[in-house]
Design a protein around this ligand. Structure first.
Ligand code: NAP
Length: 297
């Protein structure tokens, strides 16, 4: 299929129009993927921005109104709001509609949504592995998903045709698609995304607790490594709170492994064991090279 074909879906509603929702809207507009695009956001400021930037055909704060007649509904709200939004839209969803989401934890997304949605709609959970530390509709951009993976985690028995529609939407936004089980997704993301964020929040928090004079020097000399952590630690606090609350088991498991490895390095430093340190650092360097080779750097 190409961008010159008819719209992929007649009417798309995006609920939660922040960084991810508004970026998807921009990509949908750019590639002509929806006959009609409806925006819904709880924030009146966000709605005003959406209107000003003309990011959708219509804008409103009432999810029930927004989903009427939509063939595809995308939830792009913080995960803590899933149940509330699902309850609000459930009675108004069209027969055969697809409900997808962009939440960062997939087993919890299914647990929150599946019991509340009517049997006549299709749940196809998704997670675009793309983002920035910024929030809100003004921070989105159409190319956010280009060259990035989007993981879909349809529960067993999901209609393959509906999964194909969601996959095609992301493909036309420039993403590569991978389909996997929700629990597997949560484990992989715990190590590739959730734990790194937790570490960044911790390092920056520790620096913030330093005495005033030391803190000033941390900021002054931040280019020596700390700066990269501060970018990650500037990520949205609501979103990250929800991620750790929703991916508890997998994050705790990875944290346990990390703590053991950290203790091993601590021991090597104390003992002056340069071989162990060198071996570890040389091994990790090759991981960076493979990420660069896979064009995900
Ligand atoms: P965001 O920029 O903060 O946008 C979320 C928007 O949803 C805000 O405008 C928020 O309004 C609105 N909202 C909150 N509760 C709502 C409700 N009940 N009904 C309608 N709108 C509501 O967040 P984001 O970064 O786009 O993240 C959204 C989702 O994408 C999250 O589930 C996250 O896990 C996922 N995700 C994020 C990234 C990333 O890097 N940011 C990457 C991949 C996936 P208020 O500001 O008034 O709360």
């Amino acid at each position: 299929m190409s961008d010159t074909d008819a719209p992929l879906v007649k009417k798309v509603t995006i609920i939660g129009f922040g960084l991810i929702g508004s970026s998807l809207a921009r990509a949908i507009q750019l590639h002509g993927l929806a006959g009609e695009l409806v925006a819904c956001d709880a924030s009146h400021d966000a709605c005003a921005t959406i209107e000003r930037l003309q990011l959708a055909d219509s804008v409103g704060s009432d999810p029930a109104t927004a989903v009427r007649g939509a063939g595809l509904i995308v939830l792009a709200v913080p995960m803590g709001a899933y149940a509330e939004v699902a309850r609000a839209i459930a009675p108004h969803l069209a027969e055969g509609a697809i409900v997808t989401d962009v939440g960062s934890v997939k087993a919890a997304a299914i647990e929150a949504l599946a019991p509340l949605l009517p049997a006549h709609v299709h749940l196809v959970p998704g997670h675009p592995i793309a983002g920035t530390e910024h929030s809100g509709p003004a921070s989105g951009f159409a190319t956010l998903f280009e060259g990035r993976w989007c993981i879909l985690t349809p529960p067993e028995g999901t209609d393959a045709g509906k999964v194909a529609v969601v996959a095609e939407l992301w493909r036309r936004c420039g993403s590569m698609i991978e389909v996997m089980d929700a629990a597997h997704h949560d484990k992989v993301l715990a190590i590739t995304s959730h734990l790194p964020h937790l570490i960044a929040y911790t390092i920056v928090g520790t620096a913030a607790d330093l005495a005033e004079d030391a803190k000033a020097e941390v900021i002054k000399f931040s280019a020596s490594g700390f700066r990269d952590f501060t970018r990650i630690a500037a990520s949205d606090p609501t979103m990250w709170r929800d991620i750790f609350l929703n991916n508890r088991e997998a994050t705790l498991e990875m944290l346990q492994r990390f703590t053991e490895d950290l203790t091993a390095l601590q021991k090597a430093i104390r003992r002056g064991d340069g071989d162990t340190l060198y071996e570890m650092f040389a091994r990790t360097r090759t991981i960076r090279r493979s990420i660069v080779d896979a064009r995900q750097a």
